[in-house]
Design a protein around this ligand. Structure first.
Ligand code: NAP
Length: 312
């Protein structure tokens, strides 16, 4: 009997993913029937999903062995009380490489002060301001999961002194790891560039509030490719206007797309990127979906399962 996969991640994703997924199923030796509709929910073995997908009520999929999300972030899915099946989030090398490149690129932009030269070509030879070496610029990564650890290692490889912060204590070669409230106070007080790679949960919402922004060294830079609500927007704008925070590079927002009249667009100390830090690539992520279906069919534990009690 073929395995029945319901691709419920929406029509645009269907066009992009149909062929790579079928190729990955074949490469994994799976006999799969995949469609973007499920006339009989009880016949569905696996659901491939993404935010904006076409299922709101997962209840009728009573025989579904797992919901396989194409995105790393699951904050909208973990609050869906009809989704009681095992839920796997996306972890794949394409996503990780994309995030490492985004983080490294934006950290280097601020570290090297590139904007002064890109925007300041006025014929004046200013060679008195030199950036410090990376080894003199402390950087913090909030969130030491798949994406945070890879980004931390890449920055440490460029000689930045990297501090990391996570929920549980960790030991990672070359990274000064911290946890707990004291750990957060320490990293925020010492980092000149702070990168947010936390999931959005009830514990991380508004994490960077006025009080915590006030801990940061004057002129510190924030880079947020995690989730918009990790930062209190009003407090951030006040801290930017007061000069306490030097710049914020933001990829994610409370409302997406970011409304055209939002103050972030026009703010001289804010860079908006439109949630492009790390996209899930069909060519790499299709193999992760196939691997999880192989595991489900063999009765083995699924990869990258979401812990509902933690919310990520
Ligand atoms: P992950 O592997 O689940 O790692 C999450 C990290 O955050 C872990 O280190 C975890 O600590 C830490 N954390 C969670 N709650 C915390 C808390 N209350 N206090 C301190 N640390 C906490 O996630 P990931 O794959 O690295 O992805 C991180 C996030 O990036 C996603 O959730 C998503 O929001 C975002 N993302 C954005 C894009 C984009 O294009 N902008 C793309 C992909 C992902 P423990 O290690 O102790 O569990």
């Amino acid at each position: 009997m073929p395995v029945t996969v319901f691709f419920a991640a929406g029509p645009a994703n269907w066009d992009e993913y149909r062929d790579p997924l079928n190729a990955a199923f074949a490469a994994a030796g799976l006999d799969v029937e995949m469609a973007d509709a499920a006339p009989d929910p009880e016949a569905v073995d696996y659901i491939v999903f993404a935010p904006g997908g076409i299922i709101e009520d997962f209840g009728p999929y009573v025989n579904c062995k797992a919901v396989l999300n194409l995105w790393a972030g699951v904050e909208r899915l973990v609050i869906n009380t009809t989704l009681t099946q095992p839920l796997a989030r996306m972890v794949d090398w394409g996503l990780t490489e994309g995030m490492v490149e985004y983080v490294t690129g934006h950290v280097l932009r601020h570290h090297l002060g590139m904007d002064a030269h890109i925007h300041g070509q006025d014929g004046v030879w200013r060679n008195s301001v030199l950036p410090p070496l990376a080894r003199e610029r402390p950087v913090a990564i909030l969130g030491l999961g798949e994406l945070g650890q890879a980004s931390a290692r890449a920055l440490a490889g460029l000689n930045f002194p990297v501090m990391g912060w996570s929920r549980s204590p960790k030991e990672i070669d070359g990274i000064a790891c911290h946890s707990g409230e004291d750990g957060l106070v320490h990293v925020l007080s010492h980092a000149e560039i702070v990168v947010l790679l936390l999931p959005l949960t009830e514990d991380t919402r508004d994490l960077l509030n006025a009080e915590r922004l006030a801990l940061m060294p004057r002129g510190a830079v924030i880079i947020n490719p995690g989730r918009g609500p990790l930062i209190d927007d009003t407090a951030l704008l006040a801290a930017l206007d007061a000069g306490r925070i030097g710049h914020a590079t933001l990829d994610v927002f409370r409302t997406e797309p970011l409304p055209p009249d939002h103050p972030f667009w026009a703010h001289p100390k804010v860079t908006v990127t439109p949630h492009i830090a790390a996209d899930t690539r069909p060519s790499s992520s299709s193999h992760v979906i196939a691997e999880n279906i192989c595991r489900g069919e063999a009765g083995e534990p699924f990869l990258h399962l979401v812990d509902r009690s933690r919310g990520y």
